[in-house]
Design a protein. Structure first.
Lengths: 305, 305
């Protein structure tokens, strides 16, 4: 891997946007935070930052979802159906690319964070990995050969319907699927089930068993994709809960039942690990999305070896 | 996509090997079938064919699994742990590549068939698709941007543990996982449950409901990868059972519950479809694996646009 040129990255989050002008985590020239309000207001503020920064080689955008990442589709680069007022159908990538005037990459915030963890974080140096975020929702980003795995759309592994833990028939909290992984193990699901927030819930509360079971099933499914050499887990529910990691590793190993014999997977302590970059993963991932857009334009390789 | 050069393809199956010398389905110069016996005997017969054919631009091998496809691993191109006598640890790709002396691609027979269905079959022209085979086992090959999705290993989606159908607590037939998708819906699983083979089972037998539910959960999970614009299903159980397709489509659509709003997915009749190439998918996929190995060597593009 070669050094990165100067890049602009925008993480468009549900409550705030983080814009960075950087070559990497140790070379951040400037960082600007903008509250996420209405699309017009928010994007105009981002545009003003990008105009001031002019001179960067590429732009990357890591956005909250759902978004269209299908380049053949008319709504490429738009937010699709979201409950967030005003944002359904908002054009993000087209609008910011016009202002930036440079190659522009666009993907989900989850995939952005995955790319950053793969280059600089808990899966440093691994071209094949998965990143799972467990917070208000549950998402997973899959990176294969250094590139996001996608096609028609982006991954939505949080909505997998796992086999239920023996004796557990709680209906779950997902408005679409009830007891999908997100409906069983997201922050709101934990709160709905336990009657209190995840942070305040006793470490020995049996609710955690169901959470670990569901997340173990998600890891089982991610292993079955054949892709990850490591699974990195972050997000609000994971960050303050180190006791969850051994529980998820045990659930994953038991569920696979020896079927996948790779030593990478069998060594569950190094296979399912905490995220390392925290809140910086999103904006750092955004610059990597910009770098990959530039690579495609130039036929060069900054991000894969 | 440009025309293919002359390529050699080997589908290494559990009972027979099919070797073809071809430029595509309408330009097969020669086809040789070799029974799969002991590795030495079988591979020596394949080598003799390849030596006689010398002059092809690349070789592709689509093998029964499990196999190592991790190019960084010492066992790349080998069969790994298999109950098939003598084949555990057999070096396939290295041995045949030495004889062929040309760029050599290697993957599973399932991924080979997926590539062939994507180029010439039921997903013709779609760079993002999934192919599912339901037979003695259940496997799925995922193609994104015209390339197999893999990393540490190949996909093993057949061993997903699906949520159970309401009221169904049959233990399943998978020796590792019991009621995983393969343990619920493979040919041997149907026979174990129904007491008779899938082919002879009445179309209205309630056993089919559980089979369709499990395969619908597999399709649900494949949709959540974000990759497929179409899911192509083949294999011994699917081929003679057209009544299964509407059942699987209904199970998939109900399970997704409107969460994935893409019209490609919502039009389930054109989203989950029967395979078109039958037994030719394997050897034709093998030549595409050869073409992709050649592309990597030359930096050319025969198989992706």
């Amino acid at each position: 891997m070669t050094a990165l040129p100067l890049l602009a990255g925008v993480e468009l989050g549900g409550t705030k946007c983080v814009c960075i002008l950087a070559r990497g985590p140790d070379a951040i020239e400037e960082e600007v935070r903008i509250p996420t309000t209405r699309p017009d207001e928010t994007l105009a503020a981002v545009e003003a930052v990008l105009e001031r920064w002019r001179g960067f080689a590429a732009l990357g955008i890591a956005s909250f979802g759902p978004v269209s990442i299908d380049r053949h589709a008319g709504d490429y680069g738009h937010v699709t159906a979201t409950p967030k007022p005003g944002w359904s159908g908002a054009d993000i990538a087209g609008r910011l690319a016009r202002v930036a005037g440079v190659p522009t990459g666009f993907h989900t915030d989850v995939v952005g964070a995955a790319l950053a963890e793969a280059r600089w974080g808990a899966a440093e140096g691994l071209a094949d990995m998965a990143y799972v975020t467990v917070g208000t929702g549950i998402g997973a980003g899959l990176i294969a050969g250094g590139r996001p795995v996608d096609g028609l759309g982006h991954g939505e592994f949080g909505h997998l319907r796992p086999v239920r833990m023996a004796g557990d028939d709680w209906v779950g909290a997902c408005p679409f699927h009830g007891a999908c992984v997100e409906g069983l193990a997201s922050g709101p699901a934990i709160k709905a089930r336990a009657g209190q927030s995840a942070e305040s819930l006793d470490l020995h509360d049996p609710v955690w068993d169901g959470v670990a079971h569901a997340l173990g099933q998600l890891c089982h499914a991610l292993v079955l994709t054949g892709v990850p050499r490591r699974i990195v887990m972050g997000g609000g529910v994971m960050v303050g809960m180190p006791h969850l990691f051994p529980m998820i590793r045990t659930a994953t190993t038991r569920s696979l039942a020896g079927y996948v014999s790779s030593p990478d997977v069998a060594l569950a302590d190094t296979f399912v690990v905490p995220a390392a970059l925290g809140g910086r993963a999103g904006p750092l991932g955004a610059i990597l999305l910009g770098a990959q857009a530039l690579e495609e334009r130039l036929g060069a390789a900054f991000t894969t070896s």
